[in-house]
Each structure stands twice: as C-alpha cells, then as structure tokens.
Design a binder for this molecule. Structure first.
Ligand SMILES: C[S@@+](CC[C@H](N)C(=O)[O-])C[C@H]1O[C@@H](n2cnc3c(N)ncnc32)[C@H](O)[C@@H]1O
Length: 307
C-alpha cells in the first residue's frame, strides 16, 4: 500500500475552495486525490497517471467518494494539451508528487527495486518502448557514464559503465540482480558499507527510462501558465535534481528584477507574477512513520498577478 507523503501539508497549501478546478499530476494510488475530492464538492479534479494499474486502482477508490473527477491515463507532459482538449484553460491548484509509488517499487516484475530479482524494466508507462534493459544493454559506454554521473551523481560511474560493457558482450544483462552484482564488483568494499551500492545507478537508469527531469520541467512550466490568480502549485520532490529544477523555475517567476530592487515604488507591470509561499520537509512524526518521506521536500508557489 502507498502511504501518501506530506498529505496534510498539501491539503493546507493547495488552498482549495468548494468549486476549485484541481489537477493531481501524479494520481498514484489516490492518497492525495481522495482528500482533494472531498474538499471540492462543486469543483472538478483532473488526475493524471501514466501507469495503467494505478489509474484502475485509483478509480475504484475515487468513485466511492463522488463523481466530479476524471482520470487521464497519460504522461503529465501532455498537461496543457489534455486540459485544453476539455476546454480547461485555467486551473485553481495543481499537485506534483513526483517519483514512483510504493506498489511500483514493491511489484517484483516492474524492475524498479535493487532488492528484488526482476527483468530490467523500470517503465512507469508499461506501453512505452524504452526500458532499463535497452539502456543497460544498448547505450554506449560514454552515455552510461553520463547518465550515472548526471542523474545518479555516482562517483564510480566510469568503472560501473566499463564493467557493464564488458559483461554484456559475453551475455546480455537481463535482470536487476545481475546488474546489482556488476555494480558490486565495480565498487570498493568501503562504498558498499555506506548505502546500497546500486542505489544511485538504479535512480539514474529510472530517470533516463522515464525522462523524468525533462518531462517534469516542461509540465511545471505548463502548470505555471495555467494557474489562475491566487491559484497554487504544490510540488513534492524526492531527490536533489528534481528539487533543483523546481527551485530554479520558482525563483525565475517570483524574483524581482534586481535592477528594480532599490526603487521606492515598483510599477505593477514589473512585479513578478508569482510568490513563493512555503518550502518544507516532513515532520519528525511523519519521518518515523514513513520511510519513503525521508528525502521529500514540498515547495509551494502562488500566482499573485494576472498572467
Ligand atoms: C509518488 S506516486 C504518487 C502517489 C499519490 N500522490 C498518492 O498519494 O497515492 C507518483 C505517481 O506518479 C506517476 N507519474 C510519475 N511521473 C509521471 C508522469 N510523467 N506522467 C504521469 N504520471 C507520472 C507514477 O506512475 C506514480 O503512480
């Protein structure tokens, strides 16, 4: 079962009204969406997920609450396109709770976990063609090094990539545990005692397979362009690369031009369109109750000027 992260905080900062038009960009198992739906009896919820199983499961959960929602089985990179198709050009609130859900991690056959033996897969959308198998067996050594460094911040990127290339010439690397073994053989003993040695490489491959960073960046910009005056965006990230993207984009739209900072009165036209409301991490109690919350960070922004 998936335990939602920062649930109460999101509910508070989304600032929902009875009739709000809300988007949950990452429906998952509807933890956040079920609570959102309860808050908007006269509004509407559009919930995206690219994972078919998640949409089926969540529909069963949401339909018991009320019917003013629609689940959109698609990647949230199509946020604007999907909403404008439905004549929705402006929204009151949107939530991104990034990454994978616990069921995705726990289901052996999805191949996300370095603890469980499975075919190398890691696709959130089971219908897409690129999988972890292709990344590991077909990417050039230089590309493996680049993604391990960039998306995993892995300091043994070169030795791990070299070993992968050496092994796959003999026989394709087909499973998660085969890959874990190769990573273990390419990293020093000391490294293995710190944290699981495959953690960063698995993160990097998952980001590559699902193009997580570029997709998020594009969708967040779309969300900013759609949110109404006083509308809010809440983003929960789970690693520094996602968080950096969010932080920089939020800064760009909420910072006053430094050249204007010393002006006694700033003309309305030069005021930034957004205001940062809050950045927070889970409470001590949540961290004790939910291991997945450990690296979570919530950022909240509000539109303060008509766009
Ligand atoms: C952390 S879970 C969300 C959990 C949810 N908030 C809850 O409380 O049950 C993230 C979900 O977002 C989905 N997801 C991640 N990236 C996506 C994308 N680019 N487009 C659509 N869905 C995405 C994943 O498939 C996963 O189900």
């Amino acid at each position: 079962m998936h335990k939602s992260v920062l649930l109460e905080e999101c509910l508070k900062y989304l600032n929902l009204q009875d009739d709000s038009i809300v988007v949950d960009a990452t429906l998952g198992y509807a933890g956040h969406s079920s609570r959102i739906l309860q808050e908007i009896p006269n509004g509407f919820l559009y919930a995206f997920d690219q994972d078919k199983e998640a949409t089926i499961c969540s529909n069963n959960r949401l339909k018991k609450i009320r019917s003013n929602y629609e689940i959109i089985h698609n990647n949230f990179i199509f946020l604007k396109e999907e909403l404008t198709k439905r004549n929705i050009n402006h929204i009151d609130a949107i939530l991104f709770d990034l990454g994978v859900s616990s069921p995705q991690l726990d289901e052996d056959e999805r191949g996300f976990s370095f603890h469980k033996d499975a075919r190398l897969d890691m696709r959130m959308n089971q219908e897409q063609s690129l999988s972890a198998y292709q990344v590991v067996n077909e990417y050039e050594q230089e590309d493996l090094i680049r993604i391990f460094r960039k998306y995993g911040e892995e300091k043994y990127a070169v030795s791990i990539a070299k070993k992968i290339v050496e092994q796959r010439v003999k026989k394709p690397i087909a499973t998660t545990l085969e890959l874990v073994e190769i990573i273990k053989e390419s990293t020093p003993e000391k490294y293995k005692r710190e944290k699981h040695p495959a953690r960063k490489v698995f993160q990097a491959i998952r980001i590559e397979v699902n193009q997580e960073l570029s997709v998020f960046e594009s969708a967040l910009k779309q969300a900013l362009s759609m949110v109404k005056l006083h509308g809010r965006i809440c983003v929960i990230t789970f690693h520094s690369l996602e968080d950096k993207i969010c932080k920089e984009i939020f800064k760009d739209v909420s910072d006053l031009n430094p050249a204007l900072k010393n002006m006694p009165v700033i003309p309305e036209a030069y005021l930034p369109p957004f205001k940062i409301i809050k950045t927070l991490t889970p409470s001590k109690q949540e961290l004790e109750e939910n291991k997945r919350a450990r690296s979570a960070k919530l950022r909240v922004i509000e539109r303060v000027k008509e766009g």
